[in-house]
Unconditional design. Sequence first.
Length: 244
Amino acid sequence: MPTLTPSIQIHRSSERMATKIDWLDSRHSFSFGNQYDPENTHFGLLLVSNDDVIKPETGFSTHPHRDMEIVTWVIEGELEHKDSQGNSGLIHPGLAQRMSAGTGILHSEINATSASDVHLVQMWVVPDTEKIRPGYEELDISTELARGGLVALASGRGHDAAISIRQDGAVLWVARLKPGEVVRVPDAPFAHVYVAKGDIDLEAAGELSAGDAARVTLGGALKVTAGAVGAEVLIWEMHKQLTY
């Protein structure tokens, strides 16, 4: 593994690569689809972090995935999921969803409502084992979120109240922070801090607003303080990195 040095890289929402078409407004934290930057392909184990707004009665028609752990978190609205393993349902705020693509899976993601956009963040991490049987899991963590603080949303490290992912080097945390509430970034070699709503002050980095991200290497347990309107924050704790 290359020698690591402590660093915080800030990526502003306005600077991210974007895909804008008639039914979709998507901002990409990393290279995705036709938006490619060879210097920005991943961070730690995280390959994709897309902030998507999908118009009513539109969405991603049936398409394939393979050997990827895909976590979807809805911020506003409802997303209809259907896949080739027979899983289907509506994903709403507070409901964590994971799809393990494994040896191959087909799925669709549709905003089936007629009046409201759906706003979501979809994130992909590489699995620690390839060619597993495809799988699906969802779990309502609203009660845990209401208690405050960081909540494990998806974990490969044995957290009980979280959906499981096949990657023992990663945990995804979420927090819905009241104004002025403080949490700390988990102390790990790599942490990806994403502001889904509101604004925060990140220790040693300053203010981040909705859509901004921080890539933290060996940063320690940095303090996150919610701004005047509160915030919703997604934090990947990662103990490995991709080497390509």
